[in-house]
Design a protein around this ligand. Structure first.
Ligand SMILES: [Fe+2]
Ligand SMILES: [Fe+2]
Length: 174
């Protein structure tokens, strides 16, 4: 049984690509911080990347479960050059704002089509985007306030606030 129109499946497939694009963008941002010797910020963004892949998989599972054809679109090449920590975090914030607009667009389609199951599914993403935008805004503020010479203080802040993932045991054993 198909629980969606072609239009909604097309839009959901596009969102699989958008979330995978976000995942790749976060790998680039993490690599930038790794290159700057900021392992904590790198870990923060590698974890963000994993989360974006999970988001993509939620859309994949919805499309498959709802009986639609899965068609992953071409993924846009992520940005790979950043001039500063603030520039890299700003790129992340811009992404999250863009994804929020994309999710709202999907909600609009769900409403147009009275697709209540899709709307329920999308509710989780509406809340998630609110959290993600808020987190990136906070991180950008902290990075800007610290300045380029004080980024270790940013990592300490993230650690204190419980925003840093644990260092993996295999390369973090001390
Ligand atoms: Fe996402
Ligand atoms: Fe996100």
């Amino acid at each position: 049984m198909s629980l969606g129109s072609q239009k909604i499946f097309d839009a959901f497939n596009q969102q699989v690509g958008n979330e995978m694009g976000a995942s790749m963008q976060y790998i680039q941002i993490a690599a930038y911080f790794d290159g700057e010797g900021l392992g904590g910020l790198a870990r923060f963004f590698y974890r963000q990347s994993d989360e974006e892949r999970d988001h993509a998989m939620k859309f994949v599972n919805f499309v498959v479960d709802a009986g639609g054809p899965l068609r992953i679109p071409q993924i846009v090449e992520p940005r790979s050059e950043f001039s500063s920590a603030a520039d890299a975090v700003q790129a992340a914030l811009d992404w999250e704002r863009e994804v929020t607009a994309q999710i709202y667009g999907l909600v609009d389609i769900g409403k147009e089509e009275s697709n209540y199951i899709a709307l329920r599914f999308l509710d989780w993403f509406v809340e998630e985007q609110f959290e993600e935008v808020t987190t990136m805004e906070e991180l950008l503020q902290v990075v800007q306030r610290a300045g380029d010479d004080n980024l270790l203080a940013v990592e300490e802040y993230l650690s204190r606030e419980g925003m840093l993932p644990e260092r993996p045991a295999e390369n973090g054993a001390e």
